[in-house]
Design a protein around this ligand. Structure first.
Ligand SMILES: C[S@@+](CC[C@H](N)C(=O)[O-])C[C@H]1O[C@@H](n2cnc3c(N)ncnc32)[C@H](O)[C@@H]1O
Length: 240
């Protein structure tokens, strides 16, 4: 895994984007930047295993280098799986395809370079959207979640994991706790500050309540949080 040193260079002034340079170090970046990353994937595997039937078609929207789907293919080996990763960053998908081939998973895993706001979602039983909705511009987010609801059959699941905005007195302390986490992962003050600036207006988090409203208003009858760490939350939503 290549180490993420992107924000060690103080001359970076551009907004953050999922370019080739980021794809190169993404696996290290996501493990050191998203608390409970592996735990959440394990929880998703458990939810899918409990809730859905033997044959399973799962879409991962904003799949990046395919880690989640690869892990699902490993953890749900007893299932007949069709796993489809969608992303609009070609360099991420290049890595994802290489990993799928390396772990001999190309029989059940495929990747498509498309925009998640318009891609087809044929026969989806479950849709994952892990740390991706936060990068979709807020005015477009509602229409996307509505579309995901329409794409699912009754009994289908939407799983959304997001960085969230804590409100009131907890807003600042939760951000500080997150920065402590990043320091513990080996990021310097400079890297933390530079990345924060680059993500400004690119990653736009909603509060827990805003995310739940988005899901409920799209039509999902049951919405639960299945994992929460300060300013990160994972939601499961059922179309009944
Ligand atoms: C933070 S990463 C997601 C991480 C990944 N889901 C995981 O758990 O490892 C966000 C991804 O969403 C993709 N993305 C953002 N907006 C997109 C869009 N409109 N269409 C397709 N992919 C998009 C980016 O290219 C990036 O790979």
């Amino acid at each position: 895994m290549n180490k993420d040193t992107i924000f060690q260079h103080t001359d970076i002034k551009d907004n953050f984007s999922f370019n080739e340079q980021v794809a190169e170090v993404f696996d290290d970046m996501v493990h050191r930047s998203v608390p409970l990353y592996e735990t959440v994937i394990d929880a998703i595997a458990r939810i899918l295993d409990q809730h859905l039937s033997r044959q399973l078609t799962v879409y991962d929207l904003g799949c990046s280098t395919g880690t989640t789907l690869l892990e699902l293919s490993r953890r749900l080996q007893h299932r007949q799986l069709r796993l489809i990763g969608i992303d609009n960053a070609g360099s991420m998908l290049e890595k994802a395809r290489k990993k799928a081939a390396m772990f001999c998973k190309t029989n059940c895993l495929s990747f498509q370079e498309e925009d998640i706001t318009s891609c087809p979602l044929t026969d989806a039983d479950a849709i994952l959207c892990n740390y991706t909705l936060q990068f979709v511009r807020p005015p477009v987010r509602r229409a996307l979640v509505d579309r995901l609801y329409q794409a699912l059959p009754s009994g289908g699941l939407l799983i959304v994991c997001e960085k969230i905005l804590a409100s009131g007195v907890f807003h600042r302390p939760f951000i500080d706790i997150y920065h402590d986490f990043k320091r513990e992962q080996g990021y310097s003050e400079l890297e933390i500050a530079a990345k924060r600036e680059a993500l400004e207006n690119v990653l736009v988090p909603f509060t827990v309540d805003e995310n739940i409203s988005l899901l409920r208003e799209a039509g999902f009858s049951q919405v639960e949080i299945f994992c929460k760490w300060f300013n990160f939350a994972s939601f499961v939503a059922l179309k009944s």
